[in-house]
Design a protein around this ligand. Structure first.
Ligand code: OSB
Ligand code: MG
Length: 370
């Protein structure tokens, strides 16, 4: 298969509520939608870069630049026998995992559509349903956080993650635990601490948290290994894992006992599958992270989570938590039992509502193979 055309749109969607983490507050979701065409079929994928480089270094502008000037020209030169060949073929470009992932994921989606099968089928997953978890951002105060947590528990989510940062950690977790003693609960610090905070973070050990996600530097694994040695709570890495090799090194060093897999952070589905396989071979659980995706990226995450190593609920929650009107119809919904149905239609499996995409698009560029 040869790629004939690649189109990139920049899409902006208002968020229903601001989402706050230790690195900042997001009020709108802005992302690149990448569409790849070959053999008369088009596949779509959402890039997880943001407008700013506060989570990881890429931005929508760097992703656009690297796609246009490097990745798309490389893709036009490929004879693709299977989507798993795409990421290795882009390896001359160092880093830029989010830009690579968007292109690669669109090829997988196209592949599934071309065969008339759901994405999970080409990824090696299964149909049925997945367990849904939810990520709760930093709130105004303890009362607001407890209210939010109670609402998500009532909605049926199987696991809650709350964002923490220095000054807004131990007391908040203590308050949640007092009210929900047996709730499957974890925290995410998004790199807000240093190894000098180890004694402080040890105070979290008494709350039987499932894990603490990315407490230290975004590009660190060495300090995380030292921290894990001093904590009973399992460490989970997010930002630090940007390739299957990162995962292998982190596990060898003992830097974590759980891995958050975000397809867009590891260069695409082939990277995500390799991280999944490496963890599974060592008995390390993985779960699927989220990046406030629209339904297009959200559904890609649903399909990925049907692989056997995803033994923990992830951060894939209902579209309606973020968007008044999602770009897919039907939107992603969560049952009262905290599950999401895995689509069985071709590709991501729900229809993309193109008039909504058009309305939300403020920039668009198309490249054709010559
Ligand atoms: O660290 O997992 C994270 C959102 C944006 C950037 C980083 C993270 C998150 C989330 C939200 O936690 C997960 C979601 O609901 O999509
Ligand atoms: Mg995280």
């Amino acid at each position: 298969m040869r790629v004939d055309q690649v189109e990139v749109r920049r899409v902006t969607l208002p968020l229903r509520f601001p989402f706050e983490t230790s690195f900042g507050r997001t009020t709108t979701k802005q992302f690149l939608l990448v569409s790849v065409s070959a053999d008369g079929v088009t596949g779509h994928a959402e890039c997880v870069a943001d407008a700013d480089p506060f989570y990881l270094p890429e931005t929508n502008i760097t992703a656009h630049h690297v796609l246009r000037d490097f990745l798309v020209p490389l893709a036009f030169g490929l004879e693709i026998g299977h989507p798993r060949e795409v990421l290795p073929a882009l390896s001359r470009v160092r880093g830029h995992e989010m830009a690579k992932a968007a292109l690669e994921m669109a090829v997988w989606e196209l592949w599934a559509r071309r065969d008339g099968v759901p994405l999970w089928h080409v990824l090696g997953g299964r149909g049925g349903e997945i367990a849904a978890g939810v990520s709760v951002g930093l709130q105004r105060d303890e009362a607001a956080l407890l209210e939010r947590v109670a609402a998500e528990v009532a909605a049926g989510y199987r696991r809650l993650k709350v964002k923490i940062k220095p000054g807004r950690d131990v007391a908040l977790v203590e308050a949640i635990r007092a009210r929900f003693p047996r709730l499957p609960l974890m925290v995410d610090a998004n790199s807000a601490y240093t190894l000098a905070d180890a004694d402080h973070l040890r105070e979290l050990d008494r709350f039987s948290l499932m894990m603490i996600e990315q407490p230290l530097g975004w590009d660190d694994i060495v300090d995380h290994a030292a921290l894990q040695e001093r904590l009973e709570t399992p460490v989970c890495l997010d930002e630090s894992i940007r390739s299957p090799d990162d995962a292998r090194r982190a596990l060898s060093l003992g830097a974590c006992r759980v891995v958050n897999v975000k397809v867009g952070r590891v260069g695409g589905f082939s990277g995500a599958l390799a991280v999944h396989d490496a963890c599974r071979a060592r008995g390390v659980p993985v779960w699927c992270g989220g990046m406030l995706e629209s339904g297009i990226g959200r559904l890609a995450n649903v399909h990925l989570q049907t692989l056997a190593g995803f033994t923990l609920p992830g951060d894939t929650s209902a579209s309606a938590r973020y968007f008044e009107e999602d770009l897919v119809d039907p939107p992603v919904v969560v049952s009262a039992e905290g599950t999401i149905a895995v689509p069985d239609g071709p590709g991501i499996g729900h229809g993309i509502v193109w008039p909504r995409v058009e309305r939300a698009t403020d920039l668009r560029e198309t490249w054709r193979r010559r």
